[in-house]
Design a protein around this ligand. Structure first.
Ligand SMILES: [Zn+2]
Length: 383
């Protein structure tokens, strides 16, 4: 069956009630996605997830809640139309603590078009999601908390298709010319990218001698959520204009990519833009970079940075891949083309252990601060 996208690619916020079985499904919260639901009898159900539009990247996001009048075990055939299942579901009762559904409760078919889930349900709604969500509200609350630090300011710039103002945090010395730009969440399901971005920024805003020295001389500009509408709507990939924002850095047809571009252009006007990092998620940890032959300040930044991260995190080797061609329409190609700076996609694996994710993000921040201070900072009486 060919599915037609809903106007604007929005998920209808709705519920499915099966009073005979006493089982209720709902996709009525921001970030939820469940397209349809049916009873197959005998406490067996079928749920379908469809993307916002086609074609789309194969990253089927789903998030919904289910409850039953009595404690019981149900089976749920989760079918994915327009993609193949990428995420093994996680469950939560409170939306804060999430656990991975064990293998015996998740049986995908050979093509991963569908999977049979066994769920233990009861009167308290059980949340089921592709990944532990990192919602728009969560990122906004995080930014508001960060702003309470004396050297962090929060502002907004431009707005999304739906009119949501886009968030910006400035960390450190905003009068300083040497600047680093961090952007994130162009792609809604890429929650591990958000987690790493937040830990990275917290490290730069940290209470350490290194971070204090960095903040005195440098300026970090963070745009943590470039696709708030897509995150709210539980999209697989696109914004509300049904466009992949990280393929829009040439035509700039979407308000989110235009607004981010204008911010970065204004920052780069007087020079001093050193580096752009764009946080994403994929199947494994990998950094997309330009070749070492590019001239950058400091020289050889990328290879020194990645080697340094590897040294700081035991048993970790930062995998490096060549970025798409310099003429491509991704954020990093645009930034490199426009400013000649290293512009790196920082991809975190979907299943990367969250403690390891934090370690690597902190090492990445520390190593960046060290390298920039060492090569461009004022000489200090560092102990
Ligand atoms: Zn991505």
């Amino acid at each position: 069956m060919v599915c037609s996208p809903l106007p604007g690619g929005e998920t209808p916020q709705r519920g499915w009630q099966f009073p005979r079985e006493g089982v209720f499904f709902a996709a009525d919260f921001p970030g939820a996605r469940l397209t349809d639901c049916a009873s197959l009898g005998a406490d067996a159900f079928e749920a379908v997830v469809r993307p916002e539009n086609l074609p789309v990247n194969d990253s089927p996001w789903f998030a919904f809640r289910v409850r039953s009048e009595r404690e019981k075990k149900i089976t749920l055939r989760l079918r994915c139309q327009g993609g193949s299942l990428r995420y093994r579901p996680k469950i939560s009762l409170d939306g804060a603590q999430w656990v991975l559904l064990p293998e015996e409760c998740y049986r995908p078919d050979a093509e991963r078009k569908e999977a049979l889930l066994t769920l233990e349900t009861g009167p308290r709604p059980l949340l089921v999601a592709a990944q532990e969500p990192v919602s728009r509200v969560e990122i906004e609350n995080w930014a508001a908390t960060m702003e309470r630090l004396p050297f962090v300011t929060r502002s907004t710039f431009g707005s999304s298709v739906k009119g949501v103002p886009l968030l910006r945090l400035d960390v450190g010395n905003s009068a300083a010319e040497p600047k680093v730009v961090v952007i994130g969440r162009q792609h809604p399901p890429e929650t591990t990218g958000s987690l790493a971005l937040m830990r990275f920024v917290e490290c730069v805003a940290g209470d350490t001698e290194l971070a204090r020295r960095f903040r005195a001389e440098f300026h970090l500009v963070v745009m943590p959520l470039l696709n708030p509408d897509g995150v709210d709507a539980g999209h697989w990939r696109h914004n509300l204009g049904l466009v992949d924002l990280n393929r829009d850095w040439q035509g700039f047809a979407q308000p989110e990519s235009r607004a981010a571009r204008d911010q970065i252009l204004a920052l780069g006007e007087k020079g001093g833009l050193l580096l752009l990092l764009d946080f994403h998620s994929t199947f494994r940890d990998v950094f997309y970079t330009q070749p070492d032959s590019i001239v950058s300040a400091p020289p050889g930044f990328t290879s020194r940075w990645l080697a340094g991260i590897g040294t700081r995190v035991p048993d970790y080797r930062a995998e490096r891949k060549a970025s798409p061609t310099p003429t491509s329409n991704t954020s990093i190609s645009w930034a490199h083309r426009t400013f000649g700076i290293p512009a790196i996609t920082y991809e975190i694996g979907d299943h990367t252990d969250r403690t390891q994710l934090r370690r690597v993000a902190m090492a990445a921040a520390e190593e960046m601060m060290n390298l920039l201070l060492e090569t461009l900072g004022q000489p200090s009486s560092k102990s």
